[in-house]
Design a protein around this ligand. Structure first.
Ligand code: IPM
Ligand code: MN
Length: 370
């Protein structure tokens, strides 16, 4: 049985609450002989700032670099609203993405039939939805320089962010999208704003050339990002894989999350380039939802996105696709049995706690593996 090194960064708010449920699943996989996990834990976000004045310490960055995979909860909260910009909680997550070179962010939006009524959209629009948003994660306006506020000296200030993409960045995220599409329904929708942005003109040009040169067997289309947002709520099932930049991907994946019923349902994987010798990628797995300070500490957060992120880790980092499928099936079964946390309550008569939901998924998994 292989042993993998996991570095857990529960973070702030509901992060630690949902991470506890992942630890139970990992421990069970060890008992079941699927794989064993060496688990270390660190601090990121507001809790790291409180402990040592940084959003993540050098020591914990080194541990993240050394791990086979990083499992991340959530960061941020009103408590840290006024800390200096460079050490705000989100800076810890952005540094992890940048330093580990996690350029490919996979955000699958799957609507379980049992949850179709929890969405604000009509059942027929979202039932059985299965799309994959591939978001570029280490470039664009998130990291482009200059990034600053300058004093113009006349009582005015100027805020500047820079949207910048190089050919290689567009090509490598494009390849991730095309490769994924080949294993799915073989369609890629590339999205930018080439009607107003030069980076969008280049994005469109590079994606088209890549398609023609390396992936002519995959169906490809281009949609402007605003129009794509509209199409996502109008008829989301037209999409298979959507590939887009860092900022548009951030926004569009929140929209996609609500198609599945709740932000509490969406897992994600952030992957680096495969090592040419080992084939291994640096990787971080995190739920798309944030730290939800409004419900933190109440034990009512939905752990499904966090558990689903761990399933993605098994699939993409450790080649344990079977175990990942079983976890996802256990989640589907538990939802079909009617169990609901508050965020996906819909018409349910009652709701369960984070622990109850986590343990129900685990019990179902235990049954499936017995
Ligand atoms: C996300 C989050 C982050 C982002 C924040 C917390 C920096 O919204 O992962 O979608 O904007 O990328
Ligand atoms: Mn976001």
């Amino acid at each position: 049985m292989a042993t993998y090194k996991l570095f857990l960064l529960p973070g702030d708010g509901i992060g630690p609450e949902v991470m506890t449920e992942v630890e139970k699943v990992a421990a069970f996989l060890g008992e079941a002989g699927v794989a064993s996990f060496e688990i270390e834990k660190g601090l990121v976000g507001g809790c790291a700032y409180d402990a040592h004045g940084q959003a993540i310490s050098e020591e914990h960055m080194a541990m993240a670099q050394a791990a086979d995979a990083v499992i991340f909860g959530a960061v941020g909260g009103p408590k840290w609203d006024s800390v200096p910009y460079d050490v705000r909680p989100e800076a810890g997550l952005l540094r992890l993405r940048k330093d580990l070179a996690l350029f490919a962010n996979l955000r699958p939006a799957i609507c379980y039939p049992a949850l179709a009524d929890a969405s604000s959209l009509k059942r027929e629009i979202i039932e059985n939805l299965d799309i994959m948003i591939v978001r570029e994660l280490t470039g664009g306006v998130y990291f482009g320089e200059p990034k600053q506020i300058i004093d113009l000296g006349n009582g005015q200030k100027r805020g500047i962010d820079t949207q910048v993409y190089d050919t290689y960045e567009i090509e490598r995220i494009g390849r991730v999208a095309f490769e994924l599409a080949r294993k799915r329904r073989n369609k890629v929708t590339s999205s930018e704003k080439r009607n107003v942005m030069k980076s969008g003109v280049l994005w469109h040009e590079v994606m088209s050339a890549l398609h023609k040169r390396e992936y002519p067997d995959v169906e490809m289309e281009h949609q402007l990002a605003d129009s794509l947002g509209m199409q996502l709520v109008r008829w989301p099932k037209q999409f298979d894989v959507i590939v887009t930049d860092n900022l548009f991907g951030d926004m569009l994946s929140d929209i996609a999350a609500m198609l599945t019923g709740s932000l509490g349902m969406l897992p994600s994987a952030s992957l680096g380039e495969a090592n040419p010798k080992t084939g291994q990628r640096k990787a971080l797995y995190e739920p798309v939802h944030g730290s939800a300070p409004d419900i933190a500490g109440q034990g009512i957060a939905n752990p499904i996105a966090m558990i689903g992120s761990f399933a993605m880790c098994l699939r993409y980092s450790f080649g344990l696709g079977d175990a990942a499928d079983k976890i996802e099936q256990a989640i589907a079964d538990v939802l079909a049995s009617g169990l609901r946390t508050a965020d996906i309550k819909g018409d349910a008569a009652s709701t369960v706690s984070t622990t109850q939901m986590g343990e129900a998924v685990l019990a179902q998994l235990r049954k499936a593996m017995a």
